[in-house]
Design a protein around this ligand. Structure first.
Ligand SMILES: Cc1cc2nc3c(=O)[nH]c(=O)nc-3n(C[C@H](O)[C@H](O)[C@H](O)COP(=O)(O)OP(=O)(O)OC[C@H]3O[C@@H](n4cnc5c(N)ncnc54)[C@H](O)[C@@H]3O)c2cc1C
Length: 305
């Protein structure tokens, strides 16, 4: 790879809150950048977020994303609809990203990876309809507040499911942990914490859910039982979209979330990560904060524009 006029200061991969914030900061630092996006931001699944400051009445995910894109457009940034299929780094530290399908190549001195994560869905009939109704939710940190004094089910295995059941119980809910038969895998101290918080445990396998707006949700179990709730939280973890970075030698946890330092740098020189794909709490405010740190670090690394 040789240096040439088409060489960018920075390639930002992913245009959710992290990627759009990175792009706005870099543009305001007068950097040459490109923002590539596959169009699957988790923000699109948010019925109404109420913990993003500046929107006291809340705002729908698609509307929020549109406003963020509008903000980026003020600086001439339009996300390029494409998916980065591979990322390489040459001996001089220049990155080469190849787009899926077209094979188009983008070359950059630095990369900020903002590719996010996806929730692992349970294999249950009726799940998408439940999400559309608002009865199935994925993020108690985001909307646990809205569940207070309701019948809430948490569907998840082992420690992860148990921790989320305890978290949701903290909102004065009547909580049932649908443990998928893994209750025996948690120690007795954890069992005692569940009991102390009044969390019930249902051990069988849920097979199908049925819901209609405003009427709660019925969970039909494999053994024929049917359980009724207001809200169901699947808690099977997430897959972090970090393969482009780990292929270059970046370090990640078991769930794929990338290890980063205080400046959002991965272990690969020239490669930063921000948002859900990077270590930290998976939240919009955190994604934006990490992106601000990453973009400023990239700017300082690159030297004078
Ligand atoms: C149902 C639900 C409700 C939520 N509610 C809230 C809430 O109320 N408050 C809150 O703070 N958070 C909420 N969240 C979490 C929030 O959506 C995420 O924390 C946030 O979207 C993370 O932003 P991000 O930019 O890191 O990733 P994302 O927004 O997921 O964006 C990542 C982008 O990268 C793109 N991408 C991935 N791989 C590639 C590739 N190879 N090439 C090009 N592009 C790629 C994806 O297509 C996507 O557009 C909620 C999430 C869900 C699912």
């Amino acid at each position: 790879m040789s240096q040439s006029a088409d060489l960018l200061d920075c390639l930002v991969v992913g245009a959710g809150p992290a990627g759009l914030t990175s792009a706005v900061y870099l543009a305001r630092f007068r950097r040459r950048l490109r923002l590539v996006d596959a169009g699957e931001s988790r923000v699109q699944w948010i019925p109404r977020t109420r913990n993003v400051l500046g929107f006291p009445d809340g705002i729908g995910g698609t509307a929020l994303l549109a406003r963020m894109r509008e903000h980026a457009a003020c600086y001439g940034i339009e996300p390029w609809a494409a998916r980065v299929a591979s990322l390489a780094r040459d001996d001089e530290g220049i990155f080469e990203a190849a787009m899926e399908g077209s094979g188009a190549i983008v070359r950059a001195r630095t990369v900020i990876l903002c590719t996010g994560a996806t929730d692992i869905p349970p294999d249950i009939e009726g799940l998408d309809a439940g999400l559309r109704c608002g009865n199935v939710r994925y993020c108690p940190v985001c909307d646990g507040f809205e569940t207070q004094h309701q019948r809430v089910a948490v569907l998840g295995r082992e420690e992860h499911g148990l921790r989320e059941a305890l978290f949701v119980a903290g909102f004065d809910n009547e909580v049932t942990w649908l443990s998928m038969g893994t209750r025996q895998d948690v120690d007795s101290a954890a069992g005692e914490r569940l009991a102390a918080c009044g969390v019930r445990v249902a051990n069988g396998q849920p097979r199908r859910i049925a819901c209609s707006p405003g009427e709660g949700i019925a969970v039909h179990m494999e053994d024929g039982a049917s359980l009724n709730f207001d809200v169901l939280y699947p808690a099977l973890g997430q897959r972090h979209a970090s393969a482009l970075a780990t292929a270059l030698g970046a370090r990640a946890g078991e769930d794929g979330q990338l290890e980063v330092d205080a400046h959002q740098r991965t272990a690969v020189p020239g490669l930063w990560a921000a948002g859900d794909v990077a270590q930290g709490l998976n939240q919009i405010n955190v994604a934006a904060g990490q992106a601000a740190i990453a973009a400023t670090s990239v700017h300082n690394f690159l030297g004078q524009p």
